[in-house]
Design a binder for this molecule. Structure first.
Ligand SMILES: [Zn+2]
Length: 337
């Protein structure tokens, strides 16, 4: 490893977005006098009569959840997007706006009120992936939908309003900012090299073996070279797969195992039910994208313990993201768990 990475302030380039992150490894030597509180223990009950996601319970809009046995999907009663909005376009001088339409859904991973992804059997995580595939395909073929974002907010610290393990799907007419950046960067590389950017990146990461967290036959998880969040992880397939609907059965099992291993390592890291936002970035659905290579990213806020969180403030709001602990050190901690 280049020794400068572990001692000298530097900036690292994100090949997927074209943006930089500032890394200040020398600062990890400064003394820490903050508190180290014990983690809040996670939920233990299987069914909570007051939870609007548990089976058989009534949601706020009066609908009753079915007595579901595995993964359960429903349209978000308070979705940020609506299917029917009045079309409009506003262009006045420098002011520009237009209507946005879409569909928001909630995916309960299992009927068990306390069973998070790391607690689930690999076969049960495969069921969750099957639901993601179905939603991506179904929503993606809707002519009014051009992008399908699958994500999870886990933990109250991430603003998650209900402890019942669940994820969301926001499918919409326009393509979101982050996806536009990643589409452009992957296309540029593909056009220049006739190869997926992330196929080449995976090869380099496996060869260097400095940031790999866990590898199985068809997938690998790494702390990306350009990671912003202290324990950020990216799970990606070794071959180019544009979207999750194109996974073979063997790849689906490997992907489920990656999710299980990464989230289990997270829970072990600070001995808590580890909070994060995770999301799947994959090809938009308006046309074919030959350069896209799907990947799942985890952005966890925790820095030093179950209660010490990284804040994106000050310089990071006005300049660019900054981190102290290097991606290499974070990967080593996760790998060894
Ligand atoms: Zn529940």
């Amino acid at each position: 490893m280049n020794n400068d990475f572990s001692s000298t302030p530097h900036r690292r380039y994100n090949i997927l977005t074209g943006e930089y992150v500032l890394v200040s490894p020398h600062r990890t030597k400064r003394p820490w006098q903050g508190k180290k509180e014990s983690a809040s223990k996670k939920e233990q009950i299987k069914h909570d009569p007051n939870c609007y996601l548990c089976a058989g319970n009534t949601r706020i809009n009066g609908e009753v959840n079915p007595d579901y046995k595995s993964t359960f999907v429903f349209k978000n009663d308070f979705g940020a997007l609506l299917e029917d909005s009045t079309p409009f376009s506003y262009n006045e001088g420098l002011l520009k706006a237009e209507d946005e339409t879409g569909i928001c859904k909630v995916i309960c991973f299992s009927p068990n009120h306390s069973e998070t992804l790391p607690d689930m059997e690999i076969s049960a995580i495969e069921n969750v992936i099957s639901v993601w595939q179905k939603e991506y395909k179904e929503l993606g073929t809707n002519p009014a939908i051009n992008h399908v974002q699958i994500f999870e907010n886990k933990g109250a610290i991430m603003g998650c309003s209900n402890p019942h393990p669940h994820g969301q799907v926001w499918a919409q007419k326009s393509i979101p900012n982050e996806v536009i950046k990643k589409t452009q960067k992957q296309q540029e590389y593909f056009d220049a090299n006739q190869q997926s950017l992330l196929v080449d990146y995976v090869k380099q990461e496996i060869e260097l073996n400095e940031r790999v967290v866990f590898e199985n036959e068809t997938f690998v998880s790494v702390v990306p070279f350009w990671a912003v969040w202290p324990y950020e992880v990216m799970i990606l397939p070794k071959r180019q797969i544009q979207n999750i609907a194109l996974l073979t059965n063997a790849e689906k099992t490997d992907y489920a195992e990656q999710i299980k291993v990464v989230t289990q390592k997270y829970d072990l890291l600070f001995d808590c039910s580890f909070p994060y936002s995770s999301g799947i970035h994959q090809a938009p659905t308006d046309k074919d994208y030959n350069a896209w290579h799907f990947h799942m990213s985890f952005y966890p806020p925790l820095l030093r313990s179950a209660t010490v969180k990284k804040f994106m403030v000050g310089y990071e709001m006005f300049g660019m993201p900054q981190r102290d602990i290097t991606a290499e050190v974070a990967a080593q901690s996760l790998r060894e768990l």
